[in-house]
Ligand binder design. Structure first.
Ligand code: ADP
Ligand code: MG
Length: 397
């Protein structure tokens, strides 16, 4: 893959359109984890230092073409200003004469953030000509395009894919760094290679499991998705999260793993509770004895210790998806033990996924404790599935 680097693009004194991933978690209008904003800073700072006038486009959540006020990027502009140490202008409009005028009025080193690009239905449209109209408007604000919104590069969207065809372009530092790490996980990883998967939806992760199965030495499964595995093995899972329609695929994967000699680690103990709530009383049970009226909300300490010891014996580890409902303190221990083990991996440890990244920060770890914390959940998973990512394809020369 030959993607032009930021240094190879002439940005000095130019109008630059920059796609960032500023899709941070918000609770009641307050940013709960600004990791993605921080990860965008190196490229923005470089462009500012180069005397470029920077127009940033980004999305927040899934407004589906509607102006949902709770998904406005206005609070993000404020946080970005603080972190960047300079004022960031904000345009509530995305398309139109006023935006063009505002973009053209930027002086060297000034930054303008446009409102949530997904307020425009054309951004995510399946109709290429609709996307092209929006991409053309975005391109009119700039001389060159820098793609740095890694979390969206798996999307064929106007501000990610189509605009790259209209302007000279390059990958920003974040996209370049993410791709370099993902290459280490796919092209000849140092062995033993372990993958730990958790999170809510097994269907999100089946493609990755399938593609990585013949590449890994150990695969550990926790989180809500583990119950579909237990159900596939015929176990009682009570009221735990389950995707019945994925059971046949899971059985097939378990069979293939056996043939390949890959160790699939499943929990032996589970923390259960009668309801999905922070106050629900937790009990530890064997994975073979989940009460029919309770749900599994975390892996137990025995399982977490087994996962941790497998992780620490690996040279390369990729982890995506919390082991339990870490948002509730009573069900965060499994995630914490696994995160701790990742910090002790002698080789490279990679944390992928928005919730996983938020979890390790919430649990008190520092970014520097890990080899790398990816900003992209879906994007890194699709890369690891072996899929071609439209936002990267569009950058290739
Ligand atoms: P990521 O964003 O890191 O890719 P996911 O979005 O796949 O992770 O999953 C994260 C969510 O999974 C968290 O909100 C967490 O509460 C939830 N989760 C983990 N374990 C369970 C469980 N046992 N039951 C229900 N939800 C769970
Ligand atoms: Mg998530």
């Amino acid at each position: 893959m030959n993607i032009p680097t930021l240094e190879s693009l002439d940005v000095r004194g130019k109008q630059v359109l920059l796609r960032c991933d500023l899709n941070v978690p918000l609770k009641d209008g307050v940013i709960t984890d600004d990791g993605r904003i921080r990860a965008s800073l190196p490229t923005i700072s470089y462009l500012v230092e180069q005397g470029a006038s920077v127009v940033i486009t980004a999305h927040l959540g899934r407004p589906k073409g509607e102006r949902k006020p709770e998904l406005s990027l206005a609070p993000i502009a404020i946080r970005l200003s603080e972190l960047l140490g300079q004022s960031v202008k904000f345009s509530p409009e995305i398309v139109g004469e006023s935006v063009l005028a505002q973009a053209q009025a930027l002086t060297a080193g000034e930054v303008l953030l446009l409102e949530n690009i997904r307020y425009e239905a054309a951004e995510t449209s399946k109709d290429e000509s609709e996307r092209l109209v929006l991409a053309t408007a975005l391109a009119s604000y700039a001389d060159v395009f820098v793609s740095d919104g890694f979390g969206a590069v798996h999307r064929k969207h106007a501000s990610v894919y189509d605009v790259a065809k209209l302007l000279p372009h390059a990958a920003g530092y974040l996209v370049a760094a993410e791709v370099e790490v993902l290459k280490k996980l796919t092209d000849n990883p140092e062995r033993p290679y372990g993958v730990v998967l958790g999170g809510a939806k097994v269907s999100d992760k089946i493609g990755v499991i399938s593609n990585l199965l013949d590449k890994v030495n150990v695969l550990a499964i926790g989180g809500g998705m583990l119950f579909t595995f237990l159900a596939a093995q015929g176990k009682e899972i009570g009221t735990s999260l389950v995707e019945v329609e994925s059971i046949p695929t899971v059985l097939e994967l378990l069979g293939r793993a056996k043939e390949l000699g890959v160790d699939i680690l499943l929990p032996t103990d589970i923390v259960v509770a009668p309801a999905f709530s922070a106050e629900s009383p937790a009990t530890l049970v064997s994975a073979d004895a989940i009460p029919h009226d309770q749900m599994g909300l975390d892996i137990g300490p025995e399982s977490a210790a087994a996962f941790a010891s497998a992780i620490k014996s690996c040279q390369t580890v990729f982890w995506n998806g919390p082991m339990g409902v870490f948002e509730f303190a009573a069900f965060a221990a499994g995630t914490k033990t696994v995160a701790q083990a990742l910090t002790e991996v002698p080789g490279i440890s990679v944390v992928g996924g928005g919730d996983s990244a938020a979890a390790v920060r919430k649990l008190g770890f520092n970014d520097s404790d890990f080899g790398y914390i990816s900003t992209g959940g879906g994007a890194s998973l699709e890369y690891l599935e072996g899929k071609e990512l439209p936002g990267l394809i569009a950058l290739q020369n």
